[in-house]
Design a protein around this ligand. Sequence first.
Ligand SMILES: CC(C)(COP(=O)(O)OP(=O)(O)OC[C@H]1O[C@@H](n2cnc3c(N)ncnc32)[C@H](O)[C@@H]1OP(=O)(O)O)[C@@H](O)C(=O)NCCC(=O)NCCS
Length: 199
Amino acid sequence: MLNPVSTRTEDHNVVPSENSLRCLFFECLERDADAWQRRGWAPGLTGWRRYFRLLTFGGYRATALYRLAHWAHTNGIPWVPTTLHEVNQALHGLEMTPSMVVGAGLYMPHTVGSVITAAKIGEEVELQGGITLGMRGAHGFPILDDEVVVSCGARVLGTITVGRGSIIGANAVVIRDVAPCSVMVGVPARALPSRIEQR
Ligand SMILES: CC(C)(COP(=O)(O)OP(=O)(O)OC[C@H]1O[C@@H](n2cnc3c(N)ncnc32)[C@H](O)[C@@H]1OP(=O)(O)O)[C@@H](O)C(=O)NCCC(=O)NCCS
């Protein structure tokens, strides 16, 4: 059963997460690696060999740096989150807020030019390059539900929720809640009606 779209403002506050290194780093990175392998990267590799291979790709490396920064933030370790955030920006052109909660299974093949600050990002989400997730005005960040795809160059702005399994098309600008399983295109984004039935 798909989650209904939430419009409650309090849902758009940053959600706390468990703070153990196992939960925040190793389990998430493992699920992230699974997501990459399902899409054909590092085929056939297992154990440490698959991590060594995946870490040669900027997108996976950036994800690992974010996971480490988030773990440090959650545990109140000073300097490390901001330093890793800056390193990620310098190495991968990615701004990804350490305090943000991102579910496991993140697939982010391109990072350059992306600015990612959401109230919460669900599990098995795909984020393409050059995207912006953030505030529309002075306050309020979006929530991305599980299995959402944000295509290259898209913007998702404000206190809105993108429902489970939705696809945000390339260069779309989303400023309203998105029902689950929608395909959104254009500026401002509108749903492709035929695609909702198919999904
Ligand atoms: C949104 C998307 C998934 C839709 O794909 P689709 O379901 O196959 O849709 P179609 O290509 O059949 O297009 C359906 C309609 O939407 C329009 N459309 C599709 N994508 C659009 C977009 N990004 N912006 C504006 N209109 C779009 C088409 O022109 C078409 O309009 P028409 O019916 O008036 O002719 C796809 O266009 C897209 O944006 N993919 C993301 C690509 C990406 O990020 N790649 C990563 C590269 S690194």
